[in-house]
Design a protein around this ligand. Structure first.
Ligand SMILES: [Zn+2]
Length: 374
């Protein structure tokens, strides 16, 4: 009996929280924001709400909750289809249309920890991706968080809303979900889309995504050489002699769009990351000495060239103690998302993937970025 209307923004969580604490499985923790549980079931000053860790049904009554957990239909396995499984963590796709009550209860629970995002109860048009950890000791599973995604996003958003539940935060699990969301946008495939999260982002979302994008680009730029052995035909390294008549060695010209194509990131998100890493500098420093930031902005916005120094990116990676390890494992994807080599058992499938990338049209070359080895 969840309300059908979109939730309005809750800006003063401390004052308006209707539920103060939740019990999720054997965990008890504070809520952060107001949610819109039906008032006839959850009063406005509920201190403790019991929420099933498997299906997110809720009750203020501890006995009713205990009774439910013994018979919960989802105790053995999450609903939906598994799309990823690696290292004990799996991701399950749940269609809001087929699991309406589940999706509504998950959304109600999530709203207790989300401020600016509207949680829509139009669950029919959303897919939900649950992050699940399976305990190797007893094979029981825990849902640690999730992200939602519009089935049809006019803005090619690959993610609408993301949440790692508070007890599981600060374990890099958000990055795993973000990585999965990029993979599932299918940008590497024919008819796939380059997309990003729905905007505007919350403050926390903005911080998390900036870091995720920075690491994604750092990984791409720093590990590219090792992975491809400087293969001249990789998308990022296409030679452009007309514009690239630079004399210095290990110096290539790429565009912001090239980086976006190679990483599945929107141009604007690539720019956000490059600025965040402070790894770019004007290509003509002597003339632009007084306004370096402006020059960088101009360049990234398409009117001038800038230099990205790998040494600066390496510095950034060291300063931020990032290992450059991909938060997701490509071999962890299952079903239609599994790597071709696993799906078809074909030893040549990797080459096909590269060809797919090359087939992508390169357009809008105006945002020139020079990438330079130090
Ligand atoms: Zn349940």
């Amino acid at each position: 009996m969840a309300p059908k209307n979109p939730l309005s923004h809750a800006k003063s969580p401390a004052v308006t929280r209707n539920v103060k604490h939740v019990v999720l499985g054997d965990l008890l923790f504070q809520t952060w924001y107001q949610s819109i549980y039906p008032e006839d079931l959850v009063s406005k000053d509920t201190d403790r709400l019991y929420v099933c860790r498997w299906c997110f049904r809720y009750s203020c009554d501890a006995d009713a909750y205990a009774k439910h957990t013994r018979t919960c239909l989802h105790r053995a396995t999450p609903p939906g289809t598994k799309v990823y499984d690696h290292g004990g963590y799996s991701v399950w796709e749940v269609d809001g249309e087929h699991h309406k009550l589940y999706a509504q209860n998950l959304s109600l629970f999530a709203k207790l920890f989300l401020d600016h995002k509207s949680v829509f109860f139009d669950v029919f048009s959303f897919l939900y991706y649950l992050l699940v950890f399976t305990d190797p000791k007893d094979s029981s599973y825990h849902v640690l968080g999730f992200f939602s995604k519009e089935k049809l996003s006019w803005d090619a958003n690959n993610l609408a809303c993301i949440l790692v539940f508070p007890p599981y935060q600060h374990k890099q699990l958000g990055k795993l979900l973000m990585g999965v969301s990029y993979k599932l946008s299918g940008w590497e495939r024919d008819r796939g889309l380059i997309g990003g999260p729905e905007k505007p982002l919350s403050e926390m979302g903005s911080r998390s995504y900036s870091r995720f994008w920075e690491e994604r680009i750092a990984r791409h730029i720093l590990l590219q050489d090792m992975q491809t052995g400087d293969a001249p035909d990789s998308p990022q390294q296409k030679q452009k002699p007309s514009k690239g008549a630079r004399k210095r060695p290990h110096h290539e010209i790429i565009t912001v769009q090239d980086i976006g194509l190679a990483t599945g990131m929107l141009t604007e998100d690539v720019i956000t990351a490059l600025k965040g890493m402070e790894a770019v500098e004007p290509a003509t420093p002597s003339k632009k000495r007084k306004m370096p930031r402006t020059a960088i902005d101009n360049a990234l916005d398409g009117s001038e060239a800038v230099i990205i120094r790998k040494s600066k990116i390496l510095e950034w990676a060291k300063a931020h103690k990032t290992t450059l390890e991909d938060p997701i494992n490509a071999d962890g994807f299952v079903g239609e998302w599994a790597p071709r080599s696993i799906r078809q058992g074909s030893p040549n499938s990797g080459e096909e993937d590269e060809e797919d990338q090359e087939d992508e049209e390169e357009e809008g070359k105006e945002n020139e970025v020079e990438e330079e080895d130090e």
